[in-house]
Write a protein that binds this ligand. Structure first.
Ligand code: HEM
Length: 144
């Protein structure tokens, strides 16, 4: 249920005393672990696509070539999963902090979770089911 979060717990024992439900405690732990991992995942991603390679030259062939590598797909899946869960849970905290009316709170959260689920499904589909060969031929055919 709604959690009033006027003062943020700083240590694990603070968090245990603050959160009455164990899912909320699990989210507290998850936010710290995923936040830490995202620093490395995001910098690795920026290194590959923005520093080791000139981002201005990114095109269809470059993305197709990267996503042909299983390691990049697995890496991106973790980046997508952690970035989505971390970001959405952060927004959920903000909704609980600022939206007091239960009806409004419900609809804000429903909109957030619906948008997040759609983005996540599209991201997973782009990584694992999208056929760059077929789409590449379709794009080339359009240009002919
Ligand atoms: C200058 C900044 C950035 C550039 C140039 C860039 C570029 C790219 C490129 C080329 C891809 C597809 C190929 C690949 O994965 O290597 C990609 C995918 C992705 N990027 Fe970035 N990126 C940037 C910043 C970020 C940031 C800050 C995040 C998250 C915090 C992010 C999250 C992702 C995710 C999750 C995917 C996979 C998308 C999918 O599921 O289809 N990117 N990015």
């Amino acid at each position: 249920m709604a959690t009033a979060r006027a003062s943020q717990p700083r240590t694990f024992s603070d968090a245990r005393a603050t959160y009455s439900s164990s899912p909320e405690l699990a989210w507290w732990v998850f936010m710290r672990i995923s936040g830490f991992l995202l620093v490395f995942l995001t910098f690795g991603h920026l290194w590959a696509n923005n520093m080791a390679f000139n981002a201005g030259e990114i095109d269809f062939a470059y993305v197709a070539g990267r996503l042909a590598q299983p390691g990049v797909k697995v890496y991106d899946s973790f980046l997508l999963l952690f970035a989505m869960l971390h970001g959405v849970n952060g927004l959920r905290y903000s909704i609980e902090d600022y939206v007091q009316r239960p009806g409004a709170r419900f609809w804000w959260k429903a909109a957030l979770f619906t948008a997040a689920a759609a983005i996540f499904v599209l991201g997973v589909m782009a990584l694992w089911t999208f056929s760059f060969d077929e789409m590449g031929s379709a794009v080339r055919a359009l240009n002919e």
